[in-house]
Design a binder for this molecule. Structure first.
Ligand code: CUA
Length: 356
């Protein structure tokens, strides 16, 4: 067989293998439906990489397998193979070509990153706080309303200003394609322009401790009108003065409050901390063997000084130890806006009492 014929066969095999692999990737690495404007350029970039990976893998495999089969030793041929000492043109070629391919992909990636992170007109800001192991959101341009789910208007760019309270977390909604770490002590931003009304799930994409896998939150994308209605409904929430201590306690425990429920279930299911169901006046076995009745005094001291007594089967240093400061700051804030004295710890204990 002449050289040209080998070349033609190899080229055909290479094309078939590249195209075949590219479409196989469609199944192996299937991405979820794209639901943001940022997903467009990212998916095009993904597509370019898939073609390049399929081509490079085929180039190596087709040449190797073709050579192994077509140029294999014939029966009775015991002679040495020809001694090859390299090919300067080929070596220069396989250095220069990949160099430009890598630079090209790098440039393409930089252009895409710039496109999806640069400010857009009509942006809305949402503040995001990630802490072990709960997400909370607040809307500074909408009366500072707080939420345990992320609600976004469709077709409008939202800038997420993200802060972590303890360790690194990562904001990731696969349908939006973009992902960004939350770093303690440094505000990070992420831009999302949802294009599809629907429900999604936010998950933490950075291992952040015991309950990392459960650090999730609902994400809802609404039409502009529905979003406005949601904002109004949220803003109309009763003032703290109009709520019962039990209602306030449930609020403090939620993601909008202090996120206690991330670790303490209210239905008896196991968690990182003891469940609150049936907790009030329960006799708790401590790690040192003693028992304590969970009365008001014990619950108060457990909130403010969680390491003082650790219930058997649980670990110290998991619960934040600064709730006294956090509660005091919030209480002063409410005092200045609503002119009422609230005891957040007492509210939470009132709520715990309802969980019998
Ligand atoms: Cu937060 Cu993983």
């Amino acid at each position: 067989m002449g050289r040209l014929r080998h070349l033609i066969i190899i080229t055909i095999l290479l094309v078939l293998s590249t195209v075949g692999l590219r479409f196989l990737f469609e199944y192996i690495f299937a991405l979820p439906a794209a639901a943001s404007a940022e997903a467009g350029p990212i998916d095009i970039l993904f597509n370019g990489h898939y073609w390049m990976i399929a081509f490079l893998f085929s180039l190596i495999m087709v040449l190797m397998l073709y050579s192994a089969f077509v140029f294999r030793r014939e029966d009775g041929d015991d002679s040495d193979g020809p001694h090859v000492h390299g090919n300067t043109k080929l070596e220069i070629g396989w250095t220069i070509v990949p160099l430009f391919v890598v630079l090209g992909f790098g440039f393409w990636g930089a252009v895409t990153l710039n496109e999806i992170t640069s400010p857009k007109s009509g942006e809305m800001t949402v503040n995001v706080v990630g802490k072990q192991w709960i997400w909370s959101f607040s809307y500074p341009e909408q009366d500072d309303i707080g939420s345990g789910e992320l609600v976004l208007p469709v077709n409008r760019t939202t800038v997420l200003k993200m802060n972590a309270e303890d360790v690194i977390h990562s904001f990731w909604v696969p349908e939006f394609r973009v992902k960004q770490d939350l770093v303690p002590g440094r505000e990070t931003t992420l831009r999302i322009t949802p294009t599809e009304v629907g429900s999604y799930r936010l998950r933490c994409a950075e291992i952040c401790g015991l309950n990392h896998t459960q650090m999730e939150a609902d994400v809802r994308v609404l039409s502009a009108e529905e979003f406005q209605a949601w904002v109004e409904e949220k803003s109309a929430a009763p003032a703290f003065a109009e709520m019962t201590p039990e209602e306030r306690g449930a609020y403090w425990a939620s993601a909008e409050g202090f996120g206690c429920v991330a670790c303490h279930s209210v239905d008896g299911s196991p968690g990182v901390g003891p469940s609150w169901q049936g907790l009030f006046m329960r006799e708790e076995q401590m790690t040192d063997g003693s028992t304590i009745v969970a009365d008001e005094a014990y619950l108060t001291s457990s909130i403010y000084d969680p390491n003082a007594h650790i219930v058997a089967g649980f670990n110290p240093n998991i619960m934040p130890q600064n709730y006294l400061e956090q509660f005091t700051a919030r209480q002063q804030e409410i005092q200045s806006t609503e002119a009422i004295d609230i005891d957040i710890a007492a509210d939470i204990i009132a709520y715990i009492k309802t969980l019998q």
